[in-house]
Design a protein around this ligand. Structure first.
Ligand SMILES: [Zn+2]
Length: 287
């Protein structure tokens, strides 16, 4: 799944590779996908544009820049429209020749210089066109959440979010990071290594964290997300050139039952909070 580091990395690669390319043809919906956002004809932002509208609007336009917000990748053309991609398990690939274009895709841009760009959704994902002025209405950019790499996300802010948890509510670490209150662009992927390195169990109640634990968790979040970004995303995610990201994950499906790199205790996998969690039962205590 594309999360914050991958979205930033994609935008950087799009800026370096696709800016200046003129679109000859835009083919959308060649393989209709149930969870391609927005659903065509829906009243969601951009739902009014048909597959034909994509070609009509994007044809002869030049890509001018890309940036990201959370796990959403935004692409601007020399027109008053933005394209948004990402959010889910999308494969977003640049093709120097047509041989590498996948058989199934939800968006294919053919450029005037003979190169291509494709987006193929697995699970769910965005292929959305909308007016630039409506960016603040994007349903998958949660402006109420802090971007953990932003300057506003200070340790004071982080502590405040913990202190704001109502006394009568439980709020485990996983839920706190992903949804309540959640951090922008953070999902069930990046938190596995962050929690392991900060020695926090995903089930741990956030309000029970000591000052030192809060500090370590905050700093680990910033440092690891920065590393993931600089290394072009995690090694379980592909980049614009169909290469794996350079950040080597420590906690993932292949290390289950393998010894913890710190204490040699076998790593455990459990289902929790809608998805798998991986943890060292010795380094990451629940209580
Ligand atoms: Zn351990």
């Amino acid at each position: 799944m594309i999360e914050l580091p991958e979205a930033i990395a994609f935008s950087k690669q799009i800026n370096e590779t696709l800016v200046g390319k003129k679109i000859r043809k835009a083919l959308k919906g060649q393989n209709p996908h149930k969870f391609a956002f927005p659903m065509e004809g829906s009243n969601q932002l951009g739902g009014e544009y048909s597959n034909e509208d994509f070609d009509r609007i994007l044809k002869e336009k030049t890509i001018t820049k890309s940036w990201s917000n959370g796990n959403i990748i935004l692409v601007q053309m020399d027109t008053n429209y933005l394209l948004s991609l990402g959010c889910g398990g999308e494969k977003i690939i640049y093709h120097k020749t047509e041989e590498t274009i996948p058989k199934k895709h939800q968006l294919l841009l053919a450029f005037r210089d003979g190169t291509f760009f494709s987006a193929t959704i697995s699970g769910w994902g965005e292929v959305r066109l909308f007016k630039a002025e409506d960016l603040d209405k994007h349903p998958h950019i949660d402006y109420s959440k802090y971007d953990p790499l932003s300057e506003e996300f200070t340790f004071v802010t982080f502590e405040k979010l913990i202190e704001d948890i109502p006394d009568n509510r439980k709020r485990n670490a996983k839920r706190f990071f992903i949804s309540e209150p959640g951090l922008r662009g953070i999902g069930n992927g990046v938190i596995q290594d962050i929690f392991f390195l900060a020695k926090i169990h995903p089930r741990r109640e956030m309000s029970s964290l000591t000052k030192d634990e809060r500090k370590l968790l905050y700093e680990t979040t910033k440092v690891e997300l920065q590393k993931m970004t600089e290394l072009g995303g995690r090694d379980g995610e592909k980049d614009l050139f169909d290469n794996w990201g350079g950040y080597k994950r420590k906690m993932h499906s292949k290390v289950v039952d393998e010894p913890c790199i710190v204490c040699k205790t076998p790593i455990v996998k459990e289902q929790f909070g809608g998805g798998s969690i991986y943890f060292c039962p010795s380094c990451q205590k629940v209580d």
